[in-house]
Design a protein around this ligand. Structure first.
Ligand code: SAM
Length: 240
């Protein structure tokens, strides 16, 4: 079960409404059963359930594992996609092990959202990251950054980044298989365009900031397909 980061686990931990529903209605657990708790920041805890009506407490909580920061975090920069496609990409990137997700607006993506709509969207993504993180067994959940412009992302001083790749369907020579994945520790940054793709001047700006355009093959993929394909390949290459 998920507990908020920073929960005082040396005391009794009470599950929130969503976790209580999952415990009582879905898993139908009862008092005395042993459960695992995760805080999404690498901590894994074990405790014993105590059910009283619609309240679920966890007693005798002990920390049993701690997952550190990944040595080579995969950071995905995603051009804003229409409708539910961004939700889908957030879910799949969480399942695939992405460490950080950076949505951006660009010349050919959706315009910036009004503040309250952006707040709601970010809250929904946090809930998606929580459910996909739990389902895929992650101890350290994907972090979702505030929305930026592509210029801010391209110029971001990811000094620790070992590799910065910009997936561009016009690129004909550079492929993921040509990247030197052993180039030492550091973040791997992957930039994916919106449905309308990148403007030439955005690719040129990326090159000036050390981003390497890379091809995913000769077919032009839908934006959400390209992100899932690139993330699955790159995360596998990082992990092996
Ligand atoms: N600009 C293209 C057009 O007008 O048909 C569409 C861009 S594509 C739908 C959206 C994004 O998917 C691109 O910006 C790129 O990041 C990625 N993408 C799609 N196919 C790709 C490929 N073969 N190689 C690299 N990236 C690709």
């Amino acid at each position: 079960f998920f507990i908020e980061p920073g929960s005082r686990v040396d005391q009794v931990v009470t599950l929130d409404r969503e976790e209580t529903h999952h415990c009582l209605r879905v898993l139908r657990l009862r008092s005395g059963e042993s459960v695992e708790l995760i805080d999404g920041e690498g901590g894994l805890y074990r405790g014993t359930l105590s059910v009283s009506g619609r309240r679920v407490d966890v007693h005798q909580v002990v920390k049993v594992a701690e997952e550190g920061e990944p040595e080579r975090p995969l950071l995905v920069f995603q051009g804003d996609l229409k409708g539910k496609k961004m939700d889908e990409v957030v879910l799949r990137c969480t399942e695939l092990g992405v460490a950080g997700f950076f949505p951006f607006t660009s010349s050919r993506s959706q315009g910036r959202l009004a503040e309250e709509r952006w707040e709601r969207k970010q809250q929904r993504w946090r809930e998606l990251v929580r459910s996909a993180g739990k389902q895929s067994g992650r101890l350290r959940f994907m972090e979702v950054a505030a929305e930026q412009t592509i210029e801010q992302c391209l110029a971001a001083p990811f000094a620790s980044a070992a590799v910065k790749l910009l997936c561009w369907e016009e690129e004909r020579t550079w492929r993921l298989s040509m990247v030197d994945w052993r180039s030492g520790p550091g973040a791997v940054c992957l930039m994916m365009g919106p449905e309308g793709g990148f403007a030439a001047e955005e690719v040129a700006l990326g090159r000036r900031h050390g981003w390497q355009p890379v091809s995913l093959g000769n077919r032009v993929l839908r934006a959400e397909t390209a992100t899932l394909a690139a993330v699955a390949i790159v995360q596998h290459l990082i992990d092996t």
